[in-house]
Write a protein that binds this ligand. Structure first.
Ligand SMILES: *Cc1c(COP(=O)(O)O)cnc(C)c1O
Length: 305
């Protein structure tokens, strides 16, 4: 259950949590055309709270809106300030922040014409998305029978609400079978991404991840690639097949919610020695230091409250 806080930011105002409601004729509720973001704020080493890569997330929200042809009635600066205000007013030193842009009521039918565009920002405390144990010991993944979107069917570069029906189906399928996370293949059968995370593999010291074709280009993916390159690792963006996962030395997932989560098993094949690999652990450790402001070379990624 989401842990309730005092206020939600909605259409330019901070309103009580329980009053942040919408009408059932809300267009996005029927047809799924809306866009969102997922951002984390961490309590940093010096005691201040800092939002990780806030500007990049807000920029991606505007990119998603552009793909979806939705005009956001606020500026980037206004939404950045709104995220910060929301955390301050709710006394949240650490939080997950969910901006959501959706089309309100007016006409029905698939064309929303000029129904109002509405914006909400919700923040709540959210620990490790796949669990603390998953972060430490690794998680068990299964390839879903559902194919990830063809880039000409759903726009994969955008966090569009309706895109996630595919993720929900995949996740439910594998959870029912006793696994933790779903890995999805693209329409050509190559590994695409997990239900809400990007996928990395390590083989013979070389780090590989899927190119930004059928995936959501994750900001965590970008951060981890930067960190790895700065440490001298070779990072390749190249398609790979599911059996390349099986024979990888290490596999891990990246995402704002999931952070850097090691995978210890894929489709009942043990990865490496069944424990998070050396490079995965190294990147995870640096990532957690970076998001908490512990590394000067990455401090420009943090917007302090
Ligand atoms: C949000 C998301 C990711 C991860 O993106 P981050 O910017 O790292 O949070 C990966 N895949 C999908 C499908 C996503 O929705």
């Amino acid at each position: 259950m989401v842990q309730k806080v005092s206020k939600i930011w909605m259409d330019g105002e901070l309103i009580p949590w329980d009053e942040a409601k919408v009408h059932v004729l809300t267009h996005t509720l029927h047809y799924g055309l809306g866009v969102f973001e997922g951002i984390r704020c961490y309590r940093c080493h010096d005691g201040r709270s800092g939002i990780f890569r806030l500007r990049d997330h807000i920029n991606r929200l505007f990119d998603s809106a552009s793909v979806a042809q939705i005009e956001i009635p606020f500026s980037r600066e206004e939404l950045e300030e709104a995220c910060k205000d929301l955390l301050r007013v709710n006394d949240l030193d650490e939080a997950y922040i969910r901006p959501l842009v959706f089309i309100g009521e007016g006409v029905m039918g698939v064309h929303p014409y000029d129904n109002p565009v509405r914006v909400a920002i919700i923040a709540w405390r959210w620990g490790a998305y796949l669990g603390e144990e998953a972060l430490r010991k690794g998680t068990r993944a299964k390839t879903s029978s559902y194919t990830r979107h063809h880039p000409n069917a759903m726009m994969t570069k955008a966090k569009i609400c309706g895109n996630y029906v595919n993720s929900v189906l995949a996740k439910r399928e594998v959870v029912k079978l006793g696994y933790d996370e779903a890995i999805m293949l693209d329409p050509d059968g190559y590994v695409s991404e997990a239900s809400g995370e990007n996928v990395f593999i390590v083989k013979n010291g070389i780090i590989k991840t899927t190119p930004p074709t059928t995936i959501l280009p994750g900001i965590t993916r970008d951060s981890v690639m930067r960190i790895a390159k700065d440490r001298g690792y070779v990072v390749i963006e190249e398609r790979f097949s599911r059996d390349e996962l099986y024979i990888a030395d290490e596999v891990f997932l990246t995402g704002t919610a999931a952070e850097v989560t090691p995978i210890r098993e894929v489709d009942d094949r043990i990865i490496g020695d069944g424990k998070p690999g050396r490079i995965t652990r190294e990147l995870q450790e640096i990532y957690f230091k970076a998001v908490r402001g512990g590394l000067p070379e990455y401090s420009h990624w943090i917007s302090y409250l």
